[in-house]
Design a protein around this ligand. Structure first.
Ligand SMILES: Cc1cc2nc3c(=O)[nH]c(=O)nc-3n(C[C@H](O)[C@H](O)[C@H](O)COP(=O)(O)OP(=O)(O)OC[C@H]3O[C@@H](n4cnc5c(N)ncnc54)[C@H](O)[C@@H]3O)c2cc1C
Length: 196
C-alpha cells in the first residue's frame, strides 16, 4: 500500500506525465457503519496519516461540505485520484518499452494447460507460453470454470452527479470525498453532506 505511491511516482517520471493528483480524501460515515471502521483498520495496518475532523473543521476547511454531527469524518492527506485511462496507457507504454507485445481486439475463446506450458486460443490464433495470468475482470468466471474457483459477480449501483458548485472542484482545494450510508442513515443527513 505505501509502496504504491512510490511506484505511481516512478511511472509518472518515466512517462513524463502526472498521473496521481494528491488532493486528499474525505470519508464521511457512521462510526458503526461499514466504511469508517474499515478505514480505521486500514490506517492502523498500513500506518497511514489521517486527521479526524470535527464538523466545524470540515466546514471551515472545505466550505462546500456540511458534515452531519452524527457521522465521523476522516481526512487522508496523502490520498488523491489517478487518471485511470492515462494510467492504463502509461502501463502499456512502459510494458512495450520493455519488450511486451499486445494483441488487441482479439477474443479469448479458451485455454488449455499441458504438462509444461499453456495454450490460449483466440478467435485469430493460438499462443503458447510457460505461464498464463487471467485478468478478465467480471468475465473471469468463463475462464476459471474448469479450475472450480468460485467467483460471484455482484451488481453495484453507481450514480454520477454533475455539479457546477466551484467549491467541490479539485482546483479550488476540494478533496476527493465519499459518503457511505446505510438504511439507518436518513436521506436528510446524506443530502446535507454537500452544500449543493
Ligand atoms: C463505473 C466504474 C467506476 C469505477 N471507479 C473506480 C474507482 O474510482 N477506483 C477504483 O479503484 N476502482 C474503480 N472501479 C473498479 C475498477 O474499474 C475495477 O476494479 C478494475 O477495472 C478491475 O480491473 P481488472 O483488470 O481486474 O478487470 P477489467 O478492467 O474489467 O478488465 C478485464 C478485461 O478483460 C477483457 N476480457 C474479458 N473477457 C475477454 C475475452 N474473452 N477475450 C478478450 N478479452 C476479454 C475485458 O474486455 C476487459 O478489458 C470502477 C468500476 C466501474 C465500472
Amino acid at each position: 500500500m505505501q509502496r504504491a505511491y512510490t511506484l505511481w511516482d516512478e511511472l509518472s517520471q518515466q512517462c513524463e506525465e502526472r498521473l496521481f493528483h494528491q488532493v486528499g480524501l474525505l470519508e464521511v460515515g457512521r462510526p458503526d457503519g461499514i466504511v469508517i471502521p474499515c478505514v480505521v483498520t486500514s490506517v492502523q495496518q498500513h500506518g497511514l496519516v489521517v486527521d479526524q475532523l470535527t464538523a466545524e473543521q470540515i466546514n471551515s476547511r472545505f466550505p462546500a461540505f456540511r458534515a452531519p454531527p452524527d457521522l465521523v469524518d476522516v481526512f487522508e492527506r496523502e490520498a488523491g485520484y489517478l487518471k485511470a485511462e492515462r494510467c492504463v496507457l502509461a502501463h502499456v507504454t512502459m510494458a512495450k518499452r520493455h519488450g511486451a507485445k499486445f494483441r488487441t481486439g482479439e477474443i479469448v475463446i479458451g485455454w488449455q494447460a499441458q504438462r509444461r506450458d499453456v495454450t490460449v486460443t483466440t478467435d485469430r490464433a493460438n499462443y503458447t507460453s510457460a505461464k498464463l495470468v487471467v485478468a478478465a475482470g467480471a468475465w473471469a468466471n468463463q475462464f476459471l470454470h474448469d479450475l472450480q474457483i468460485p467467483l460471484r459477480i455482484l451488481a453495484k449501483h453507481l450514480h454520477w452527479y454533475v455539479s457546477d458548485h466551484a467549491g467541490i472542484r479539485a482546483e479550488e482545494g476540494a478533496p476527493r470525498f465519499s459518503t457511505s450510508y446505510q438504511k439507518t442513515t436518513s436521506m436528510d443527513s446524506l443530502r446535507s453532506t454537500t452544500a449543493d
